[in-house]
Design a protein around this ligand. Structure first.
Ligand code: ADP
Length: 655
C-alpha cells in the first residue's frame, strides 16, 4: 500500500455507503469475498453499468474473483486490456452495441487484477472507477486463499527461498512467499551494515513514502525489537507507510548468532498466535537464506579473485581436486599442454598432459615436489615444476597445484657463460704462447740472431700483445656495458686520418679528400675499425677495402672483403653477444664471438648504425655510420642501456 495514493474523488451519496461499507469491512476484517462483492456492486452503480467483473492475477494468469452474474465477452476483454496496459481500458462491440470500462487493480506499483463494468457505451461513466478499484485492491489482498494455514506450508514456501543463492532474488522470493502465505502485499527488508541500515528491497510501497517514513523518529523502533513485534495502523511510522489501515509486523533476521537485518510486513489485521508462530518460523528461514546468499557471494568473490589472478599469471598453473580431476587450468598451462580448459575441467588429469612425470606429481600425493622438465619437441624449453598440496583451513587436503617456471633462459645463460670461459681461456692462451716462444728465443739466443729475424720476433711479440690487449679490453667492455659503467670521451677527430692510420698490407682505403672531422671517441671508433679489419683479413686472402662515404648528415665507413661470405640466415644474428658462425672457417680462426657485439654497442653509443651485407662465395661488406652532428650538453655519454631490454642481444635466443 503506497504511502502516496490518489486523492479520493468526490462520490455521490448512494455510492458512499458501499465504499464506507468496504473500508469499514477492511478495518474490521470482514470476509474479503464479501467486501469484493460489495465493492463490485458499488462500482457498477457508480459507473451506470449493467454487469461487473473482478479478476485477480494468480501466478500471472487472470482469474475471475467476483462477478454480478454472467458477463458478456466485452467485459472480460476490457479487464484483460486494463491488466496488460496498466490503465483504464474502454471496449465497444459494434454488432451488439455493448460496451465495457475496466480499471486495473494495483498494490503499490504492481498490477494485481482488474475491475470491469459492462453497459451502454454511451452512458458508462469512468469517473469514480479508480476509487472502487482501490477498495477492491485492498479487499483482494485480503482473500482467505492467500493466508498460510500451517507451518508446513511456510516451510514449503521458504524451501524455495533457501534454494536461491543470489541475494537480490532471495528477497524477491521472500516477498512473493510473504504475500502468498500471509497476504502481506507490502513490506520492506532492512539490512544492517555496521551502524548503517540499508533497505535493499521493498514491495507495495513507493520509494518516497518509504523514505519519508524512515525519517520519522519512531521508525527505528520498527527495526530494533529483538523478537516479533506488532505495531498497529495508528503507530505514526506505520501510518505513513500504510495510510493507517495496516498492521506492521517486524521480524528480526538472525543467523549464525548475528543480526543481519529486519523484515517488516504490512498485514491487513493483527496476526493471531498461530500466525505469529508461522511468521517467526518464516523469519528464521529468511535469515538463513540471506546468510547463505551472503556467504555464497563472499566465497564466489574470493574464488573469482583467485581465479583471475591465476589466469593472469604468465606461469602455467594447474589445480586438481583430491581425485586428481582438473579444477583450474590457466591460459599459460592450456597453451603449453595444448588442452582446452572448457573441455577438461572436471576430467581426470591422467594422460592429459603428455608428460607422465608431471601427471604423477599431480596425482600422487607422496611424489617429489620439485623437478626440472623439458617440454616441447619443436622448441623445447626447460621448466622448473613444483607441486604442492592445496589445504583447507583445517589442514584437509583438497587437491594439488602444479606451477611451472620457464628457466630456459637461465639454463642457456649458464651454458653460454661456461662456453665463454672456455673460449676466452683458449683465446688468451694462443697469443701468450706465441709471445713466450719468441721471448724465450730472444732471451737465450738473442745475441746470435740475425737483426732482421730479431726485428720479426719483436714485431710478432708486439702484435700478439696488441691482440691480447684488445681481447682483454673487449671482455672488460662487455662486462662494463652490462653493468652500465661505460663512458665515451668525445673529441673532434679527423676520420680520414684515423682510417689512414690502420692501413697495412692488403688494405686499401677509398675516401673523399675533404675534411671529415667528427665528434667521436677516437679510441672506441678505432676499436670498431680494427675489429672489422681483423675479421676481414682473418676470413679472406685477397685485398680488403676500407670505404668512407660522406652522406651529409652522417659518414659511412665500410670494410669490404672477398672472403667466404656469410649465409643470409646468420646475418641478423652476427651482432649478438657471443655469436659465432658454426663452420670450419670460424673454427680454424678461433675467436670469441664478442668482436661484432662490442662494435655494435660502440657504434650505437655514438648514435650510429652497423650492419652487414654478404654473399656466399663472393664476400662481405661490414658498414657502420657515425652522425655528423651530435647535440650534446656534455662530451661524456654513458652507455646504460640495460641488456635485458635489448632483444637483439637477448642471450635466451642466441644459441
Ligand atoms: P669472433 O671473435 O669469433 O670473430 P665476431 O663477433 O667478430 O667474433 O664475429 C662473429 C662471427 O661472424 C665470427 O665467428 C665469424 O664466423 C663471422 N664473421 C665475422 N666477420 C666475418 C667476415 N668478414 N667474413 C666471414 N665471416 C665473418
Amino acid at each position: 500500500m503506497g504511502a502516496k495514493r490518489a486523492d479520493i474523488p468526490i462520490v455521490g451519496q448512494d455510492q458512499t455507503e458501499h465504499l464506507q461499507g468496504v473500508l469499514r469491512g477492511l478495518v474490521a476484517g470482514t470476509d474479503p469475498v464479501r467486501l469484493l462483492e460489495q465493492a463490485l456492486k458499488g462500482a457498477v452503480q457508480a459507473a451506470h453499468g449493467r454487469q461487473g467483473l473482478l479478476v485477480g492475477l494468480v501466478d500471472g494468469v487472470s482469474t475471475p474473483v467476483a462477478s454480478t452474474g454472467p458477463v458478456p465477452r466485452v467485459v472480460v476483454d476490457a479487464a484483460d486490456a486494463a491488466i496488460s496496459s496498466g490503465r483504464l481500458a474502454r471496449r465497444t462491440e459494434r454488432e451488439t452495441k455493448r460496451g465495457a470500462l475496466a480499471e486495473c487493480l494495483r498494490v503499490g506499483d504492481r498490477v494485481v487484477g482488474a475491475l470491469s463494468i459492462g453497459g451502454d457505451p454511451a452512458t458508462l461513466d469512468p469517473v469514480q472507477l479508480p476509487l472502487f478499484a482501490h477498495c477492491a485492491s485492498l479487499a483482494l489482498a485480503r482473500r482467505p486463499s492467500t493466508a498460510a494455514t500451517s507451518v508446513t506450508e511456510v516451510l514449503d514456501a521458504v524451501a524455495g527461498v533457501a534454494s536461491d543463492l543470489d541475494g537480490a532474488s532471495v528477497l524477491v522470493r521472500v516477498f512473493d512467499a510473504a504475500e502468498r502465505l500471509f497476504g502481506a502485499t507490502a513490506g520492506f527488508c532492512a539490512v544492517f551494515e555496521g551502524s548503517a541500515v540499508r533497505i535493499p528491497h521493498f514491495r507495495g510501497l513507493d520509494r518516497e513514502g518509504l523514505r519519508e517514513a524512515s525519517r520519522h523518529p519512531e521508525f527505528k523502533a520498527l527495526l530494533t525489537s529483538p523478537g516479533l513485534r506488532i505495531d498497529p495502523p495508528t503507530h505514526p511510522a506505520v501510518a505513513l507507510l500504510s495510510n493507517g489501515v495496516e498492521t506492521a509486523v517486524g521480524l528480526p533476521l538472525h543467523a549464525d548468532g548475528r543480526r543481519l537485518g529486519h523484515l517488516v510486513l504490512l498485514l491487513g489485521e493483527s496476526p493471531d498466535a498461530a500466525l505469529r508462530a508461522m511468521l517467526t518460523s518464516f523469519a528464521t528461514h529468511v535469515a538463513l537464506a540471506l546468510r547463505s546468499a551472503q556467504l555464497y557471494r563472499r566465497v564466489g568473490d574470493k574464488e573469482e579473485q583467485l581465479t583471475s589472478v591465476v589466469h593472469c599469471m604468465a606461469n602455467p598453473v594447474l589445480v586438481v581436486d583430491d581425485a586428481a580431476r582438473f579444477v583450474l587450468i590457466n591460459g599459460a598451462a592450456a597453451e603449453l599442454f595444448s588442452i582446452a580448459a572448457a573441455f577438461e575441467l572436471g576430467q581426470p588429469v591422467a594422460g592429459k598432459l603428455g608428460h607422465p612425470l608431471l601427471e604423477e606429481m599431480l596425482i600422487d600425493h607422496n611424489h617429489g615436489s620439485t623437478t626440472e622438465v623439458v617440454i616441447g619437441e619443436v622448441e623445447p624449453r626447460v621448466y622448473k615444476a613444483s607441486a604442492r598440496p592445496v589445504l583447507s583451513s583445517g589442514g584437509r587436503v583438497l587437491g594439488r597445484v602444479l606451477v611451472l617456471d620457464d628457466i630456459t633462459k637461465e639454463r642457456e645463460t649458464d651454458q653460454v657463460k661456461s662456453d665463454f670461459v672456455a673460449v676466452i681461456g683458449h683465446e688468451l692462451r694462443t697469443p701468450l704462447t706465441v709471445m713466450k716462444g719468441y721471448l724465450r728465443t730472444l732471451v737465450h739466443r738473442g745475441e746470435m740472431l740475425d737483426p732482421h729475424v730479431r726485428e720479426l720476433a719483436l714485431k710478432a711479440i708486439e702484435s700478439n700483445a696488441d691482440r691480447l690487449q684488445r681481447l682483454i679490453e673487449d671482455v672488460l667492455f662487455v662486462s662494463a656495458v652490462e653493468t652500465g659503467r661505460t663512458t665515451l670521451h668525445l673529441e673532434d677527430t679527423d676520420l680520414g686520418a684515423l682510417v689512414d692510420a690502420v692501413v697495412q698490407d692488403r688494405v686499401k682505403v677509398k675516401r673523399p679528400r675533404k675534411d671529415l672531422t667528427l665528434s667521436i671517441d677516437t679510441a672506441k671508433v678505432q676499436q670498431v675499425l680494427n675489429h672489422l679489419l681483423d675479421n676481414a683479413l682473418k676470413y679472406s686472402d685477397g685485398e680488403v677495402v676500407v670505404e668512407i662515404q660522406d652522406r651529409g648528415e652522417e659518414v659511412e665507413v665500410a670494410v669490404v672483403d672477398n672472403g667466404p661470405g656469410i649465409f643470409s640466415g646468420d646475418v641478423p644474428r652476427l651482432f649478438e653477444r657471443f655469436f659465432q658462425l658454426d663452420g670450419a672457417s670460424t673454427r680454424a680462426h678461433g675467436g670469441t664471438g664478442i668482436g661484432l657485439y662490442v662494435s655494435r654497442r660502440l657504434v650505437e653509443a655514438h648514435g650510429g648504425k652497423i650492419w652487414c651485407e654478404s654473399r656466399l662465395g663472393v664476400g662481405s661488406r661490414f658498414a657502420f655510420t657515425l652522425p655528423r652532428w651530435r647535440e650534446l650538453e656534455t662530451t661524456d655519454v654513458t652507455i646504460d642501456e640495460p641488456i635485458a631490454t635489448d632483444a637483439a642481444i637477448d642471450v635466451g635466443t642466441a644459441s
